[in-house]
Write a protein that binds this ligand. Structure first.
Ligand code: SF4
Length: 362
């Protein structure tokens, strides 16, 4: 009887999550010019999530079907990555991660197929070597494409649909005109989905001019082109999603699915999204001086992190049900705009001044 009550109670308290995002490393073998890993320089804290810490998460995976092994780093650098994937798969979960594509050797690709990894996202910042390599320093588009061709060939030879290949394209003013070339490339590589995202975290004044939503005169033009690309991709059976190219000041909801997902950072901290991941502010020096600022509407603001707890000290289920975390989600799930507007005033600064909030995916 006690067991039955316990099960019913657990069911009532069960979070329903679409995915759990886990930052398995903050090491990276690229130096993309728009990434905090690069802009924070020597303040960036490099670490891998340990297997021991990852194990703490496993009981909580019963509340979700998908584990996405991604944070501010290159997942393939964590030597325990495939053991983590194995643990998720043993628990019947779908697994994915995004890579810069440089470490996709034949051996690694065979492993991805063997482990039946469901989603492999690959980041691009241009359709030409000149653009991509300029923004993604230490990364070479020709090499990435050659690795993806190998992935395509090996999947066919082994008659495997796994991993499903997605492309993650960062839309910048200087590479936007190349975006339409991604569709034929995607078709050639067997890609099932393309996501074109804005530069939402702007880490220096020189990058602000690259954010297409700051190019307000061209917003309609961008939108028209994006719609055409979406149509073209649809005709090739490729899903194409994009961030709205202009700011929607009426869009006050968070677009990051924060009520049905969470981010576990490399050190076990639980945040609602990658922008509030404490790893971004962990490099602040001992005197309390901030080393991480970002640009929001021409203002230089300090990045602020949000953590509702750490899985080293409490289990994720308990953290999910904490008063502060419940309160945070309640604001975002408010029924009316008026309620949401009231709630917004109580949210952390990072949420008030967030481009993600103003540029929904279409
Ligand atoms: S509004 Fe921005 S900072 Fe706040 S949870 Fe959403 S994505 Fe993160």
């Amino acid at each position: 009887m006690f067991g039955w009550f316990k099960t019913q109670l657990e069911k009532i308290n069960s979070p329903e999550l679409d995915w759990i995002q886990v930052e398995v490393t903050t090491y990276c073998n690229s130096d993309c010019i728009y990434c905090p890993h690069t802009t924070m320089g020597s303040c960036w804290q490099k670490m891998h999530m340990t297997l021991e810490l990852f194990r703490e998460l496993i009981p909580f995976t019963r509340y979700t079907k998908l584990i996405y092994l991604q944070g501010w780093g290159e997942p393939l650098l964590n030597p325990e990555l495939f053991e983590m994937i194995r643990m998720c798969k043993d628990n019947g979960k779908r697994v994915g991660f995004t890579t810069n594509g440089m470490l996709l050797t034949e051996e690694t690709i065979h492993k991805l197929i063997d482990f039946k990894v469901d989603i492999l996202g690959v980041s691009l910042a241009g359709a030409t070597t000149a653009s991509h390599n300029r923004f993604r320093k230490g990364n070479d588009l020709d090499e990435v494409i050659s690795n993806l061709e190998l992935l395509y060939r090996l999947k066919r030879e082994r008659n495997s649909q796994c991993p499903g290949l997605h492309l993650a394209y960062i839309m910048l003013k200087s590479n936007f005109h190349e975006l339409e070339e991604i569709v034929p490339l995607a078709k050639r590589l067997g890609v099932t989905q393309i996501v074109a995202s804005n530069l939402s975290l702007i880490l220096g004044p020189e990058l602000a001019s690259e954010a297409i939503f700051n190019d307000t005169d061209l917003t309609d033009n961008y939108r028209e082109i994006l719609e055409k690309i979406k149509e073209h991709a649809g005709g090739e059976d490729i899903l194409f999603a994009y961030n709205q190219p202009g700011l929607d000041e009426t869009s006050i909801r968070c677009n990051e699915n924060v009520c049905h997902s969470c981010v576990v950072n490399v050190d076990g901290e639980i945040s609602p999204c990658v922008f509030t991941n404490p790893v971004l502010t962990a490099g602040n020096d001992r005197t309390g001086n901030r080393t991480t600022d970002y640009i929001f509407k021409d203002r230089l603001l300090p990045l602020t992190s949000i953590s509702f707890g750490n899985i080293k000290h409490e289990n994720l289920s308990r953290i999910w049900h904490k008063k502060e975390y419940v309160g945070f989600r309640t604001v975002w799930s408010s029924g009316s705009i008026a309620e949401l507007q009231d709630g917004l005033a109580n949210l952390p600064e990072s949420c008030m001044n967030c481009y993600k909030r103003l540029t929904p995916y279409l």
